[in-house]
Ligand binder design. Structure first.
Ligand SMILES: NC(=O)C1=CN([C@@H]2O[C@H](COP(=O)(O)OP(=O)(O)OC[C@H]3O[C@@H](n4cnc5c(N)ncnc54)[C@H](OP(=O)(O)O)[C@@H]3O)[C@@H](O)[C@H]2O)C=CC1
Ligand SMILES: CC[C@](O)(C(C)=O)C(=O)O
Ligand SMILES: [Mg+2]
Ligand SMILES: [Mg+2]
Length: 351
């Protein structure tokens, strides 16, 4: 633990996996996060049971990985620690049908993202602990980092502490999946949910893909070759972000040419300008006032019409086709692709 920051940060020495020695952990779902948590917990010596629905497409993968599989209801019955790692959009119904009827006083209900608790879609009884261990990473890398003896940063929050041990138990879980190797930041459900939704919409997933597409289209529309536009706006982005990841903006500016540094510093804010900042603030407000989550719930209730259209448009964008052809030609993509490393892992039921 350190007192140099505005919040507590926990490391391996602050956590003890043996806290979970007499416990069975039910991991519900075997997707991106589910497979990583279940396997990391198992290899850290924790007794794990994976909860999957009847006929689940994930069942073969979990069993081939040497894990015990049961229905979600059966897994919850057998466990005192329930990790809810099915998609956010189905958590409320899985809770209602499989978790709630089988919860016992003193159990722990744990999430990797607090959306359903924060926006009131799940209201657990008062006699269980409710906590969160939220890796700040895609699940495939939670697994890859663990296998490479590396850590994945994460957030930890306790929403409800009935036993008095909620924090200690969540820390043990965080250690078992490899998060305390890198550092686990103490937070609350509201901060995790709102910052996570903002990050993925405005910067990490939405913002960056939009920036890449606009850059690509600008070059191609001006007559430059699609292959060069792909390398310039997408492929090299990883290499640039790797430098930022290792040493902040400074390491990246240091490594690129003075020409790139001057051009970037003098033109960057013209591209991502005050207008973009206003859009970011509006996006954050929609998250804070619940508008985004209401929209997302209704979108799911309606059978995902807009989501399906948006996905299709993204798939059909020329950069995807050009990129797929280029990645097939070059060897570098194979090394990095999570699918290549672990093709047992699938994404979501309706993907
Ligand atoms: N993806 C990520 O990297 C991150 C996710 N999170 C959070 O982790 C949680 C899990 O997300 P993620 O890993 O993306 O989830 P996934 O979409 O990868 O989960 C898929 C798994 O859930 C199962 N599942 C899907 N629908 C149902 C259902 N109706 N009933 C029972 N099981 C079902 C699937 O089983 P089947 O084979 O039967 O379809 C599959 O095993 C979420 O709260 C998310 O916000 C947090 C940080 C990062
Ligand atoms: C950035 C997207 C994410 O929040 C994540 C991998 O952390 C998610 O919800 O998948
Ligand atoms: Mg998220
Ligand atoms: Mg996230």
């Amino acid at each position: 633990m350190t007192d140099e920051f505005t919040t507590e940060i926990y490391y391996d020495d602050d956590a003890d996996v043996s806290t979970l020695d007499d416990e069975t952990v039910a991991v519900l779902g075997y997707g991106s996060q589910g497979h990583a948590h279940a396997l990391n917990l198992h290899e850290s010596g924790v007794d794990v049971i994976v909860g999957l629905r009847e006929g689940s497409a994930s069942r073969d993968a979990a069993e081939a990985d040497g894990l015990t599989v049961a229905t979600p209801a059966e897994a919850v019955k057998q466990a005192g620690y329930i990790s809810v790692l099915v998609p956010d959009t189905v958590q409320a119904s899985v809770y209602e049908n499989a978790i709630e009827p089988n919860l016992e006083a003193g159990d722990t209900l744990q999430f990797a993202h607090g959306l359903n608790i924060h926006y009131g879609q799940i209201e657990p009884p008062e006699d269980v602990d409710v906590s969160m261990v939220a890796p700040k990473s895609p699940g495939h890398l939670v697994r890859r980092n663990y296998e490479n003896d590396e850590g994945t940063p994460g957030l930890l929050a306790v929403y409800q502490d009935t036993t008095g041990d909620a924090e200690k138990r969540a820390l043990a879980y965080a250690k078992a999946i490899g998060c305390t190797r890198a550092g686990v930041i103490e937070t609350n459900f509201q901060e995790e949910v709102e910052s996570d939704l903002f990050g993925e919409q405005a910067v990490l997933c939405g913002g960056v893909t939009s920036l890449v597409k606009h850059g690509y289209e600008t070059l191609v529309d001006a007559g430059y070759s699609p292959e060069i536009a792909y390398f310039e706006c997408l492929n090299e982005l990883k290499l640039i972000v790797d430098l930022m990841y290792e040493g902040g903006h400074a390491e990246m500016w240091d490594s690129v040419s003075d020409t790139a540094e001057y051009g970037g510093l003098s033109r960057g804010d013209r591209i991502v300008d005050e207008h973009v900042r206003e859009n970011m603030e509006e996006t954050l407000e929609e998250i804070q006032n619940g508008e985004f989550t209401r929209e997302w719930i209704l979108e799911n209730q309606a059978g995902r019409p807009s989501y399906t259209q948006l996905r299709q448009a993204e798939k059909n964008h020329e950069i995807e086709e050009v990129g797929a052809r280029l990645r097939d030609l070059f060897a570098w993509a194979e090394e990095d692709s999570p699918e290549e490393e672990d093709d047992s892992v699938r994404v979501q039921a309706d993907d």
